[in-house]
Design a protein around this ligand. Structure first.
Ligand SMILES: Nc1nc2c(c(=O)[nH]1)N[C@H]1C(S)=C(S)[C@@H](COP(=O)(O)OP(=O)(O)OC[C@H]3O[C@@H](n4cnc5c(=O)[nH]c(N)nc54)[C@H](O)[C@@H]3O)O[C@H]1N2
Ligand SMILES: Nc1nc2c(c(=O)[nH]1)N[C@H]1C(S)=C(S)[C@@H](COP(=O)(O)OP(=O)(O)OC[C@H]3O[C@@H](n4cnc5c(=O)[nH]c(N)nc54)[C@H](O)[C@@H]3O)O[C@H]1N2
Ligand SMILES: [Mo]
Length: 767
């Protein structure tokens, strides 16, 4: 730990840092010297590494310890915990796993364990858990993400793959050189560009936008928030009603069609199904013509503005960016399909700097200059259970075992879950309608969580296994999303009895007689060398030379050289669609999909369509506002919510709610006041921030405040206390957090203390 000659280094999803220490404690983080725009987020860890919020020992909920599985249900989140030894915790977990698999089969174990965990190739919490569970017969898993499930399912039908194209997002360099107009649905929010999964060495989004701006690229920010694009980009700001982007896009497409501005040659050569789409736009199906006037009636932008934008897009070399947030809403498949249709009509896909990009600045790697390298991962083995759920259907699953549901052309059945295990994710952060989830959460017989801090997940588990943070273990970060590959130095001793996730599972594996299968007799360092060596061989095959292990450890990092030419999405398909067909049934872009039409889903027909969302301003009750719950600027999801950087942005200890001055005025509300934001699903308390950065009729509450329920009111300001838990459609069943109506009122009466960052009651240790 101390024999290194170089400065200590670590990386994280929010960037790389040099580490200052004093007397075995981490005292500060300094930005990595190669980072041109470092994120302050990392600093938030320093004060909480050994704070009282740390879980110092394995903990068992009192009634579970006394009464066993199935007895803790309604006490989850309320009752005290009893500290136990690792030996006892491992024995109890092993016994419970064995009971569940004998009585119900491995399918009764749900370990989808969605979540971001931390950076680092080996100590990746989910990989560790999944490998362990695969050693004992497997588990019910989850598919797709909360980020963009709707895109993951629909885009392969339309473009043959989602991830292949995402990986080849047209680079900022290519945009700066070739684009004239950058139309950003959901903006280019630099707050999100702070992040890149698996680690990053240099934040490039700001430079990318600035360079494009300097070169004369005009930006249009289509979003409820002005700040979704940096001020220096001098963007035009358009504010359609939230969750109406598909209508706006189809209206723009309708203008192109009416005015003959679409590229018939491109449509003919590269797409199928334009006829069906054109029939829909002309109203031949339903008698409704989709044009600027029609779209204006839905999204509440002036029709002239929509016409003007369509004409400008057709006249210029245009890039369309569609934020991932557009997928996290009711019918979230449609904005993605409609934007691909719009880009196809403009005829510029596959050409430098133009076409389409899936979410510029959703993360730092999008549009970054980098090479795809196939780095090895910690092998997870084979899962003996084939069953899965679409990730955001977790509450439905817990509520309705045996019920049937649709997903991407399949008719499936929810499994009957007896044991839930989360390691490296936080469902009390990521899921919608948390009050409903909390009630469903009482149903499984046992809930286990590996966590390092007393967040709502840990408080709502029966068995809490305390893990280390990245500061307490050494690891390597290899990720093809970034050119920088790094070591992650161990810089402090584990806090209390915290163990690495690997060690936690090794201990339980030993109890169950599968330790050797789990470790293959390799130590963590031997595994890291193994991952590095395999990665090195794989990289060499794609022409990338990685340094030797010893050189890597000595230097701490290396940078993969950039590709020879700027990346352009779908360039090969554009150059020769016959030789390089898309992986769709037709080999072309499918503006009409026989396959999707064949599913006969009323909520996802065979071509891009506008369907009213369940909740939106077009059918809002008097006084209702649309709530956007977007990603937080001061942290990653719920991680480090208890740290200094996140806490500094609070109003009387609550999450801020952004509101337009007009809406505040009509409601007689004033800056800094605590509001109750509510609907039939629940409520949360939030501190009012009045700003013309947000459009009227819409409020914004960032995600991430640790859920702190008092009845159905989150005292801390977690917006998922009020969001809608409904699948995007029967096709993708993705989450729909961004389609949500709320009411607001001033919170009267004494403000309750928030318990969000207060650990639960801990009883004396047993025995
Ligand atoms: N309303 C609303 N909700 C949303 C969204 C939204 O836009 N609006 N966005 C959604 C999206 S896109 C996402 S991706 C999800 C994110 O949801 P999650 O990925 O579940 O959120 P995180 O807070 O990153 O959870 C990671 C957890 O892992 C823990 N952890 C960190 N390191 C380790 C480790 O080494 N070992 C173990 N065992 N645990 C560790 C952290 O303490 C934390 O509790 O949220 C979704 N939820
Ligand atoms: N700092 C920080 N960065 C992050 C994350 C984080 O937690 N913190 N999370 C990361 C993750 S996991 C993901 S998936 C990405 C997500 O990336 P995005 O999906 O892009 O993130 P959001 O912040 O939810 O949404 C971007 C913007 O879309 C706008 N928006 C919301 N609804 C609508 C709508 O209906 N129409 C239009 N036109 N705009 C709308 C909102 O104003 C919002 O600021 O971010 C990543 N980056
Ligand atoms: Mo995400």
């Amino acid at each position: 730990m101390n024999d290194l000659k170089r400065d200590l280094l670590t990386t994280s999803h929010w960037g790389a840092y040099r580490i200052d220490r004093e007397g075995g404690r981490v005292t500060g983080l300094r930005a990595f010297e190669e980072d041109s725009d470092p994120s302050p987020i990392g600093q938030g860890i320093v004060d909480v590494l050994d704070a009282p919020t740390r879980i110092s020992q394995p903990m068992i909920r009192k009634s579970w310890l006394e009464g066993g599985p199935g007895t803790a249900g309604d006490q989850r989140g309320k009752e005290a915990f009893v500290p136990v030894s690792w030996a006892e915790a491992s024995r109890l977990v092993a016994g419970e796993l064995d009971r569940v698999r004998r009585e119900h089969g491995n399918q009764g174990i749900y370990a989808g364990s969605y979540g971001w965990a931390s950076a680092g190739r080996f100590h990746h919490a989910q990989s560790q858990m999944k490998r362990f569970l695969n050693c004992i017969g497997g588990f019910t898993r989850s598919v797709n993400t909360y980020s963009y499930a709707a895109a993951e399912v629909i885009v392969p039908h339309v473009l043959g793959s989602f991830f292949d194209h995402l990986a080849r997002t047209t680079s900022w360099e290519s945009i700066a050189e070739n684009c004239e107009l950058f139309v950003a649905f959901g903006g280019v929010p630099l707050k999100n560009g702070q992040i890149s999964q698996g680690g990053l060495g240099n934040h490039v989004q700001k430079a990318g936008v600035l360079k494009a701006h300097e070169n004369g690229v005009a930006f249009v920010n289509i979003s409820p928030l002005r700040s979704d694009i940096m001020e220096d980009a001098d963007a035009e700001w358009l504010t359609p009603r939230p969750s109406t982007d598909a209508a706006l896009m189809l209206g723009l497409a309708g203008v192109l069609l009416e005015e003959g501005l679409h590229d018939a040659n491109f449509l003919d050569r590269y797409t199928v199904g334009f006829k069906q789409l054109a029939d829909y736009l002309r109203g031949e199906e339903d008698g409704i013509v989709k044009n600027a006037d029609w779209a204006a009636g839905i999204c509440a932008l002036p029709a002239d503005k929509i016409r003007e934008l369509a004409r400008t897009m057709a006249a210029k070399r245009t890039m369309i960016s569609v934020s991932w947030s557009l997928t996290r809403q009711d019918h979230g498949e449609q904005p993605y399909w409609a934007s691909i249709a719009l880009a196809s009509m403009l005829g510029q896909m596959g050409q430098p700097g133009t076409g389409i990009g899936f979410g510029y600045s959703a993360m730092n790697y999008l549009g970054a200059t980098r090479r795809e390298v196939d780095y090895a991962a910690f092998p997870q083995g084979q899962n003996g259970v084939s069953d899965f759920i679409p990730v955001a259907r977790v509450t439905d699953m817990l509520e309705n075992p045996g019920a049937a549901y649709d997903y991407n052309g399949q008719r499936r059945t929810y499994p009957d879950i007896k044991l839930v295990w989360w390691s490296g994710g936080n469902p009390f952060h990521h899921h919608q309608d948390l009050n409903r989830m909390r009630r469903a959460w009482a149903r499984p017989e046992t809930i286990i969580a590996n966590e390092w801090c007393w967040n709502a997940l840990a408080k709502h588990a029966d068995i809490v296994l305390p893990c280390t943070t990245t500061m307490e273990r050494s690891d390597i970060a290899l990720t093809s999303r970034d050119p920088y590959q790094m070591v992650m130095d161990r810089v402090m001793e584990p806090v209390g009895q915290a163990r690495d996730d690997h060690d936690i599972f090794r201990g339980i594996a030993a109890e169950m007689g599968v330790e050797e299968a789990f470790t293959e007799n390799r130590s963590p360092e031997e595994w890291q060398r193994w991952i590095y060596d395999v990665s090195r061989q794989q990289a060499a095959r794609s022409g990338v030379e990685m340094p030797s292990w010893d050189t890597f450890q000595r230097d701490g990092w290396f940078r993969v050289p950039p590709p020879e030419k700027p990346t352009v999405m779908m360039d090969e398909f554009y150059a020769d669609p016959e030789a390089n067909p898309l992986k769709t049934p037709s080999g072309k872009i499918e503006l009409f999909s026989e396959r999707i039409a064949g599913f006969a889903y009323d909520d996802c027909p065979g071509h891009p369509s506008w369907m009213e969302p369940r909740e939106w301003l077009g059918s809002a009750p008097e006084g209702a506002l649309h709530m956007i719950s977007n990603q937080p600027r001061t942290k990653l999801h719920s991680q480090l919510d208890h740290g200094s950087v996140s806490r500094a942005d609070r109003i009387q200890g609550r999450e801020p709610v952004l509101m337009n001055p007009e809406d505040a005025k009509t409601r007689g509300l004033s800056e800094g006041q605590i509001l109750r934001v509510y609907n039939a699903r629940g409520a949360c308390l939030a501190g009012l921030r009045i700003s013309d950065e947000i459009m009227p009729g819409v409020i914004q509450i960032s995600t991430g405040a640790w859920y702190d329920p008092d009845g159905d009111t989150c005292r801390h300001g977690n917006p998922n206390a009020v969001t809608l838990d409904k699948g995007t459609s029967r096709l993708a069943q993705g989450p729909t957090a961004h389609s949500c109506l709320v009411m607001v009122e001033a919170f009267d009466g004494p403000l309750p203390d928030t318990q969000a960052h207060v650990p639960p009651e801990i009883l004396p240790a047993r025995g």
